[in-house]
Design a protein around this ligand. Structure first.
Ligand SMILES: Cc1ncc(C[n+]2csc(CCOP(=O)(O)OP(=O)(O)O)c2C)c(N)n1
Ligand SMILES: [Mg+2]
Length: 327
């Protein structure tokens, strides 16, 4: 694992700030009716997404849930095309036919953006099977929520990954809630990584029970996921947990009666961006001006993205029926 240098750390900060500003703007324009459908914000969870994407090697794959904007931007998809997708425009990353929950880019080995809870886990197993079958050193990182670990797809996919010894990192983003349901109300296992044990044989072989990472610390996530990818590439499947917190509602319009304002404020005070900024200012002299410039550039990039998306055309009737079936 390469130790991140100052420029790398600044780039992670840039990605986290871009994601935050991008989503704050999405929330605003959603209220104005410019974004349709559901909108699930990643605010609070940026360190997990950015640290994970940073750990991917060139040919590795990543796939995630409907809470996907952060992964798309960290993966380097153009914010303009991502914003256009949010607004259902032809210039969007999915041609305007997917929207917020279905961002994807084959060129980036980013396989989406999936609306059905757990529905992408079998797809992740399939991507990993392709690598195993062809003897290619490619690891698939499959991100999911804590709630997804209670669904049938989780069992099917983890079981097969152990039976077939697939190079996959199952990464649970434990943000403490699945919609309005706290983890302990829905899951028998309190630590998500314990679920690996159901996919081990009597000799302890199978899915490795991985670490519980501090998902609010981008550097801890980067290190933990780098090690997990290395493990998966050499040995097979591993289950990792990232402890994080969703600072906004489940999706837009969530009255959030299942948690207190104090709880949200407590996590907000130790949010991943402020914490990382503090680390950088304490460890690198005169870095403030770099950070301030990044902050300003992020606002600029989001303004440009909105302008681009607003002036982009809608998909046509022909677009509606294109790419429905493979040629
Ligand atoms: C199969 C299925 N059941 C229910 C839903 C509705 N639903 C959308 S998100 C969600 C909660 C998932 O929680 P979690 O996996 O913890 O992810 P988080 O939203 O916290 O990121 C539910 C129940 C769905 N999309 N798909
Ligand atoms: Mg959750």
């Amino acid at each position: 694992m390469a130790k991140p240098n100052k420029n790398t750390l600044l780039d992670w900060y840039r990605q986290m700030v871009l994601i935050r500003r991008f989503e704050e703007r999405c929330a605003e324009i959603y209220q104005q009716g410019l974004i349709g459908g559901f909108l699930h914000l990643y605010i609070g969870q940026e360190a997990t997404g950015v640290g994970t994407v940073a750990a991917l090697r060139e040919n590795d794959h990543i796939i995630t849930t409907y809470r996907d904007h952060g992964i798309a931007l960290a993966k380097g998809l153009d914010p303009k095309a991502v914003m256009a997708e949010m607004m259902g425009k032809k210039t969007g990353v999915s041609g305007g036919k997917g929207g917020s929950m279905h961002l994807a880019s084959r060129d980036h080995n980013f396989w989406g953006g999936h609306a059905i809870v757990g529905g992408h886990l079998p797809i992740a197993a399939g991507i990993a099977l392709k690598a195993r079958y062809n003897d290619e050193d490619e690891v698939t990182v499959c991100m999911m929520g804590d709630g997804a670990t209670n669904i049938g797809y989780f069992h099917e996919s983890l079981n097969l990954s152990a039976v077939w010894d697939l190079p996959v990192v199952w990464l649970v983003e434990n943000n403490q809630y699945g919609m309005g349901t706290a983890v302990e109300r829905a899951s028998a296992a309190d630590h998500m990584v314990l679920k690996a044990r159901g996919y081990q044989n009597s000799r302890g072989e199978g899915i490795k029970e991985g670490p519980r990472l501090d998902g609010m610390d981008v550097m801890a996530v980067y290190e933990g996921i780098s090690e997990a990818i290395d493990y998966a590439s050499k040995n097979g499947p591993i289950l990792v947990e990232s402890l994080t917190y969703r600072l906004e509602g489940h999706s837009m319009g969530d009255p959030q009666r299942y948690r207190t304002k104090d709880e949200v404020e407590e996590y907000s005070a130790k949010g991943p961006i402020g914490r990382f900024r503090q680390y950088l200012t304490e460890n690198y002299k005169n870095i403030e001006s770099d950070l301030d410039k990044i902050d300003g550039d992020a606002v600029e990039a989001v303004n440009e993205a909105v302008a681009f998306a607003e002036s982009s055309p809608d998909p046509t009737m022909d677009d509606l029926i294109s790419n429905v079936y493979a040629d």
